[in-house]
Design a protein. Structure first.
Ligand SMILES: Nc1nc2c(ncn2[C@@H]2O[C@H](COP(=O)(O)OP(=O)(O)OP(=O)(O)O)[C@@H](O)[C@H]2O)c(=O)[nH]1
Ligand SMILES: Nc1ncnc2c1ncn2[C@@H]1O[C@H](COP(=O)(O)OP(=O)(O)OP(=O)(O)O)[C@@H](O)[C@H]1O
Length: 727
């Protein structure tokens, strides 16, 4: 469980300071430049308008080794298309929670990371480029014209010249370490390292960056020690190089978004690989950097994560443009697809990226704000819920609520300003803690939270309640060793505060149908504010987090999930909890030894004796979710395991006409496309997250040729039949 991170640990938190660094960088340029312009119409300016968005939108989604470079250099603009203003909306901090564990003090010291004692500024860092001497000079802005792709693909000197002109002297393009798009990157003789190591001296002596960028790094380092990690520092400089000159719609440097995304990841305790990938998350879509370059420079771990985020961005963009997420079934399939197609850590990075974009949504036009807020509520907040990162889920939901229902948001927040009283929770927690000590009742975790604004709003709507009728706005949760201790603790709670009649629920003696067990009571706490107290053993808690009764399933209501979905989400949750220091530390790691937070068995097979298995041998028989594009419409389709392209075509009623070996067009342009490549083999098995275009892109040139050919056939046919008529 991810009770958020304003945690009162006995050990110091990894973040030195949780508030954003005050360095304000608002005056670097105007806000008229927007990233991620529409996909290029590079094929032909007169390409059928019905086909253009599909071609461009998908062009960089897929990356078989042979097309990887082409993909990354196609500027498909897969990012969020959000150039939001960068300020932190403190209003979102309405939701917070507290957690104290007397057993947790060891965990952070055990997990301490290797750190370089070398400050990045100890090396001879030079600041070249236009802004020498001025700490506030704006970074250069590159007018990113997608027609450049043609030059890039052609690897001619024009492109190189353009880059040199645009970037000035910042980069050493002749250095083999700088990937020229379409050129050096494709060198397949690259040696790939699994464990990435590098020498700080070698790599940073040539680094030159603007003063604002140094401030950004310093700010991040002040907030989290992980920003001193060699890999992370290197990723910062590469991100700086890649995004140099790019601005957000707010006028802030693009790099700031990368840093804030990485800081969010650091805040939940993500490791250096994830934080580095967070810094680089937009480089494939929005810069000249290629997969191969990232692979060479950072190793396969970081490269695959960045690529995973890029794919998720592309799919998210597609879904947004097609309003797919508003259809419940499709939204559900998208949640599953997102988790199944990429490493759960890539989803984590995407969530951090989206959270920062939502925090800075104000700089976008109203219509875009609405579109992003809707998609976030339908796709990303549920994903955060599934992954158990409740602090992000709550922030995302609250931000969406503010943009989508501003009046209700305002009304509710003004009412709650006084009631969301953190001091009250702290004081109640301390009181109970003392009472447990006095009663010699040992416990594992005592945590507290207040309910988020959006969760209160939903509960009011769902249960038709007024705010005063909601009794769990403030809550404590106590996790103990055994059932006996649970009942003893319940008596202590009732001795401390008056019980609210009719609110005691003994789900230990009478578990819920899904197996959920816990004692619940509501008492009148400090200042006679209702306080819900949940009391359970650690086994019950694990079941409430990862088992049948897991909180994400409880929150998704009556949805019937397949065994595959359940296992996949569970696996993703384990991975995330296990890998993110802070999430694990909050609750799970402190209630058992380190192994207890490791996934119990390798995915996707759970062993027979695994308490978390839903089917004994699920193997690879789970469903596959595939995106189908037809006539510019996107749908998310579910297929059984081992389905092929032919199955998909049959479902669309296309198999007979298109796939008859004689009838099938020899012209590649007319074939369906799988992940942006013409389909050559109809028996190819479909994979999770595949994108199939049934309406292939037909450049005008070919259309004209075909029209002419059909006309000739028609003319021949009519001549023949008229001849025949005379015979
Ligand atoms: N993980 C998990 N938590 C549950 C489940 N059921 C209830 N809870 C938790 O217990 C809290 C209260 O549940 P109940 O005591 O059954 O209350 P209720 O009747 O549903 O409604 P209220 O009393 O209005 O909250 C919820 O807010 C959840 O935090 C479950 O199946 N799984
Ligand atoms: N009394 C409590 N003490 C500590 N954490 C709690 C308590 N009740 C819920 N939580 C946790 O707080 C997070 C947010 O839950 P949220 O308030 O949205 O829903 P809920 O209270 O569990 O369910 P519902 O809204 O149906 O009552 C979840 O991680 C949940 O497990």
């Amino acid at each position: 469980m991810a009770v958020p991170t304003i945690a009162l640990y006995a050990s110091p938190p990894s973040s030195v300071c949780s508030t954003p660094h005050p360095c304000s960088i608002n005056s670097y340029g105007s806000s008229d430049y927007e990233l991620n312009p529409r996909p290029p119409s590079s094929t032909s300016s007169s390409t059928s308008s019905a086909q253009k968005p599909i071609v461009g939108g998908l062009s960089c989604l897929f990356s078989s080794p042979s097309v990887r470079h082409a993909s990354s250099s196609s500027f498909s603009g897969g990012g969020d298309d959000l150039g939001g203003a960068l300020w932190h909306d403190r209003g979102e901090e309405l939701s917070s929670s507290f957690c104290y564990s007397p057993y947790s003090s060891l965990s952070s010291s055990l997990k301490c990371r290797d750190q370089s004692p070398v400050s990045v500024f100890q090396g001879p860092v030079s600041c070249s480029s236009g802004g020498v001497g001025s700490s506030r000079s704006p970074p250069m802005r590159i007018a990113r014209d997608r027609s450049l792709d043609l030059h890039r693909a052609g690897r001619d000197g024009l492109f190189n010249g353009f880059v040199r002109n645009a970037l000035g002297s910042c980069l050493d393009y002749d250095s083999p370490s700088f990937p020229m798009p379409g050129g050096l990157d494709e060198d397949s003789s690259v040696t790939v390292v699994d464990e990435f190591t590098f020498n700080m001296e070698d790599n940073f002596t040539e680094v030159s960056c603007e003063p604002y960028a140094k401030e950004l790094l310093l700010g991040a380092q002040l907030r989290h020690k992980i920003f001193y990690d060699d890999l992370v520092v290197k990723a910062f400089y590469e991100a700086e190089k890649a995004h140099r000159g790019q601005m957000r719609a707010s006028g802030d440097p693009y790099l700031q978004h990368c840093v804030e995304t990485a800081v969010l990841l650091a805040t939940i305790g993500a490791n250096s690989t994830v934080v580095a990938a967070g810094l680089l998350h937009d480089t494939l879509d929005d810069s000249f950097m290629s997969y191969d370059y990232i692979l060479r420079t950072f190793g396969v771990g970081v490269a695959d994560l960045v690529e995973g985020v890029s794919k998720l961005s592309q799919l998210s963009k597609l879904a947004r443009e097609n309003n797919t997420a508003s259809k419940t079934i499709e939204a559900d399939r998208l949640h599953t697809m997102f988790l199944a197609m990429a490493d759960a850590r890539a989803v984590l990075i995407k969530l951090a990226d989206r959270l920062h974009n939502m925090i800075t949504l104000g700089a976008l036009p109203f219509s875009k704000q609405q579109r992003f807020a809707k998609e976030t509520l339908e796709i990303f907040a549920p994903l955060a819920n599934r992954l158990g990162i409740s602090s992000w889920k709550e922030q995302l939901e609250n931000l969406c609520f503010k943009h989508l229902n501003p009046d209700q948001h305002k009304e509710l927040s003004s009412k709650l300003v006084k009631s969301l009283d953190d001091a009250m929770i702290t004081s109640a927690r301390e009181k109970l803690e003392q009472a447990l000590k006095d009663g010699a009742v040992p416990y594992h975790v005592l945590s507290g939270r207040h309910k988020s604004l959006y969760s209160i709003y939903c509960k009011m709507l769902k249960k038709k309640l007024t705010m005063d009728e909601i009794h769990d706005i403030h809550g404590l949760r106590l996790i103990l060793e055994n059932e006996e201790d649970c009942y003893t603790a319940l008596r202590i709670v009732h001795d401390l505060w008056p019980q609210v009649p009719g609110k005691l629920k003994d789900y230990i003696a009478n578990p819920k149908f899904n197996g959920y067990q816990s004692l619940h009571t509501v008492v009148m706490g400090e200042d006679m504010v209702p306080l819900e107290v949940q009391i359970r053993t650690k086994e019950m808690h694990l079941q409430a987090e990862f088992g049948f009764a897991s909180h994400w399933r409880y929150k998704e209501g009556d949805c019937k999930h397949s065994a595959f979905v359940l296992q996949m989400v569970e696996w993703a949750r384990w991975v995330i909890t296990w890998q993110c220091e802070t999430l694990g530390k909050d609750q799970t790691s402190s209630i058992g030894n380190a192994n207890s937070i490791r996934p119990p068995c390798p995915f996707p097979c759970h062993s027979n004796d695994c308490p978390y298995s839903y089917t004994p041998h699920c193997g690879e028989d789970g469903p596959i979710f595939v995106i189908m594009m037809e006539n510019e419409k996107m749908s998310v389709q579910e297929f059984p395991a081992n389905s092929t392209v032919m199955d998909l075509l049959e479902r669309g009623g296309r198999a007979s006409s298109q796939w008859n070996p004689y009838g099938f067009s020899v012209k590649e342009e007319l074939r369906p496309r799988l992940n942006n490549e013409p389909v050559n083999d109809a028996t190819r098995k479909l994979k999770m997250g595949d994108v199939v275009e049934l309406t292939p892109a037909i450049p005008d040139k070919y259309l004209t040729e075909y029209r002419e050919e059909i006309q000739r056939m028609y003319d021949r046919g009519s001549t023949m039949s008229s001849r025949g008529a005379f015979r």
